[in-house]
Every structure is written in structure tokens, then in C-alpha cells.
Write a protein that binds this ligand. Structure first.
Ligand code: ATP
Length: 332
């Protein structure tokens, strides 16, 4: 817990939307542009508890932005604030350029799946969407289009009750797409899905991003969003821990050089050299594990040779993103 407060919030994009990260040109997409969501000091208190605490959120338009934090971190409350379902105690936010003080200024352009939508179990997927389209004043012609997007067209005639959990979630996304939104907000859409369902959901969200939507999707598991999100927002105890391109977060993973040498006892010599050079080291299973980066490898190699030790292995190990996240959030 103590470590969490010491981690500065990283914000690599400047105010006008220009991305300054050297990784912006990489394979993950972080488009140059406006913020689809922007908040300043957004705060929601319930009694003495600040469920959302002074959050300055920036979500780039056209990206898949992952919103990650442990249970109770304030994700759902933030999403509810952004959808105008609850009022902030302090601060402000704009969604698609319009203030959350006036949700009707942007809600017609937003699709959301916050809690599992109430579908009629005995009606087919298509009939359920027809009911929602009628209630929402959307054209029925849109139904085939959204069924195609979520790949449920061939099962659209089946009763909702007979759908798998993954199909139910995709129907929920279809419902959120009925109004042709520019921004889709999804609260834990992968919760409870099996690996195949998670892969389908990822592929659906990528398709939507590639069609130009901004997708803001929450999860309590970073691993779930690691392969999907272009942009990551990490929260804990209502506070922002990190926001920026996923590559920026990947760079923060702790590195270690794992070094093996020819003879028993050599690892202790290596450890002594590395300690002399100011690094912390553990010797595990006859190998030295040095908490440093690749840049130290050549220097170590020379020093080892000078000490009469022949190295048989130098490997760079990186902590997983999930481990990095756990370190940042104090192990929760
Ligand atoms: P989870 O992943 O478990 O859904 P979360 O990150 O979405 O968690 P929130 O549901 O936003 O977290 O809750 C944040 C904190 O605010 C929690 O401590 C929760 O108990 C509290 N909270 C949320 N809604 C209310 C409410 N209506 N009244 C009182 N406290 C609330």
C-alpha cells in the first residue's frame, strides 16, 4: 500500500492531444487527436469515503482505453459519473466535448453496458433488440447491422435464455450499438467469460475501434486488457495511478539480468562484482539475479573475464505487466 502513493501519474500526451511518447508510432494505436473523455479533479464521495478522488482522466478518441483497478477502486463509480447517472461531489468532466452537467448533450452519441442489460429470457435476441430499438426510438433497420457486428445474426432467432454467457454479453454490446454511438463504455464485459468468450469479445472491440469508435472498457484484471488496449488507465482507492499508452506501462516493468557461469561458486563472484557496481543481487540456483537492465551486461562480462570467470548465460528477465500492476497497487 505504501508504495502506491509514491508512484507519479504519467501523462505522456500533451494538452492539445499531440502524443509525445516515442512509442506512439508503434503497433499499438494511439491516435493524434482530441480527448473523447476528459475530466478534471473528478471526485465522488459517499459519506467520508471518496470512491473517486481527484481524477484527471484523458481518453484519446479512436482508441481502446482500458480502465483497470482492483475491486472497489472506483471504476464503476467513474463510469456512472461519466454517464450522468451520479453527480460529482467536486470536479468536472467532458464526454465527446460536452459537459457531464448536461448528459443529454452527449448521451445520444454514447453506448454503454454498465450492468448486464435486462433482456427478456423467453424472447429471441432479435426480438429483444426490437423492443429496445422501439423504446429508444432507433430504426429497426439498425438491428441487422448490429447483429452482424457482434456476429449473432445466425443465432438471432434463438431464445435469449439459450445463449451462452459470451453471446449474452455480445447481445448487450449490440444493444449499446443501436444508437450508432461514437463512444462505447463497457463495465467488465469479460467478467465470467471463458477464454473463447474473452477472445471473441476482444475481437469485437477491435472491430469497433477499427470502425472509428472510442472504446472505454473496465476490468479488474490488467492481463485481460493487456493485449487489447491502446491506452491504459490504472486506478486504486479512487485515485489515478497511471494513464498513458500501454507501451509506456510496459516500459515500467522491472528488469533483471540473470547470469550463469561455468563453475560452482562463480555466481558468488558475479554477485560481488555487481554489488561493487551498486546493484542489488540475489543468488538463486547457482545463478546471479541482478536488478539492472541490459546496459550493464557488457560491463559485467568484462569484469567477470577479468576475475577469471566465464559466463555461460546472460538473460534479461522482465516482470509481467500483472506483477508490475500488483507492485504499483501494493499487492492488491
Ligand atoms: P468492482 O470492480 O468491485 O466493481 P469498482 O472499481 O467498480 O469495483 P466501485 O463500484 O466504483 O468500484 O466502488 C468504489 C467504492 O465506492 C467502493 O468502496 C464502494 O463500496 C463505494 N460505493 C460505490 N457506490 C456506492 C454507493 N452508492 N454508496 C456508498 N458507497 C458506494
Amino acid at each position: 500500500m505504501a508504495g502506491a502513493a509514491t508512484i507519479p501519474t504519467v501523462d505522456v500526451a500533451v494538452e492539445d492531444g499531440t502524443i509525445t511518447s516515442p512509442f506512439a508510432a508503434g503497433p499499438r494505436r494511439v491516435p493524434e487527436q482530441v480527448w473523447a473523455i476528459r475530466s478534471r479533479n473528478l471526485t465522488k464521495a459517499y459519506g467520508h469515503r471518496r470512491a473517486v478522488d481527484g481524477v484527471d482522466l484523458r481518453i484519446p478518441a479512436g482508441s481502446i482505453a482500458g480502465f483497470v483497478g482492483p475491486n472497489g477502486a472506483g471504476k464503476t463509480t467513474t463510469l456512472r459519473l461519466l454517464l450522468g447517472l451520479v453527480r460529482p461531489t467536486e470536479g468536472s468532466a467532458a464526454v465527446l466535448g460536452a459537459s457531464i452537467d448536461n448528459p443529454m448533450g452527449y448521451l445520444p452519441r454514447v453506448g454503454a453496458l454498465i450492468e448486464s442489460p435486462a433482456f427478456y429470457p423467453t424472447l429471441s435476441g432479435r426480438r429483444n433488440l426490437e423492443v429496445l430499438a422501439t423504446l429508444g426510438g432507433q430504426p429497426r433497420a439498425r438491428i441487422d447491422a448490429v447483429l452482424d457486428i457482434v456476429q449473432l445474426r445466425d443465432r438471432a432467432g434463438d431464445r435469449f435464455a439459450a445463449y451462452s454467457l459470451g453471446m449474452k454479453q455480445r447481445l448487450g454490446v449490440a444493444a449499446a450499438l443501436l444508437n450508432e454511438p461514437e463512444l462505447l463504455i463497457l463495465d467488465e464485459p469479460a467478467n465470467g467469460l471463458d477464454p473463447a468468450g474473452i477472445i471473441e469479445m476482444r475481437s469485437l472491440l477491435r472491430t469497433l475501434r477499427d470502425r472509428g469508435l472510442t472504446v472505454f472498457v473496465s476490468s479488474h484484471l490488467l492481463g485481460e486488457l493487456e493485449q487489447l488496449a491502446d491506452w491504459i488507465v490504472l486506478v486504486q482507492n479512487g485515485k489515478l495511478l497511471f494513464q498513458g499508452p500501454i507501451d509506456e506501462l510496459l516500459m515500467r516493468r522491472r528488469a533483471a539480468l540473470v547470469v550463469g557461469a561455468e563453475h560452482p561458486g562463480d555466481a558468488d563472484v558475479i554477485a560481488a562484482i555487481a554489488r561493487r557496481d551498486g546493484h542489488t543481487v540475489e543468488v538463486v540456483d547457482g545463478r546471479a539475479r541482478i536488478n539492472t537492465d541490459r546496459a550493464y551486461a557488457a560491463q559485467l562480462n568484462r569484469a567477470a573475464m577479468g576475475a577469471g570467470v566465464t559466463l555461460t548465460e546472460i538473460a534479461l528477465e522482465r516482470a509481467t505487466l500483472e506483477d508490475t500492476f500488483l507492485t504499483m497497487t501494493g499487492g492488491h
